[in-house]
Design a protein. Structure first.
Length: 45
């Protein structure tokens, strides 16, 4: 399990919710990519 910023609605950064998220194991034809940093633009919220 990992923490993730989840957005359920439009708005400012106040709508970001930190939640525990299950990360499933990748299937045979899939890959799992680990992000160490990401950016969010204002338009993304």
């Amino acid at each position: 399990m990992t923490k993730g910023a989840v957005i359920y609605e439009k708005g400012s950064t106040d709508v970001f919710k930190w939640e525990n998220i299950d990360v499933p194991d990748p299937k045979f034809d899939e890959v799992l990519i680990k992000n160490t940093a990401v950016g969010v633009n204002y338009i993304d919220t």
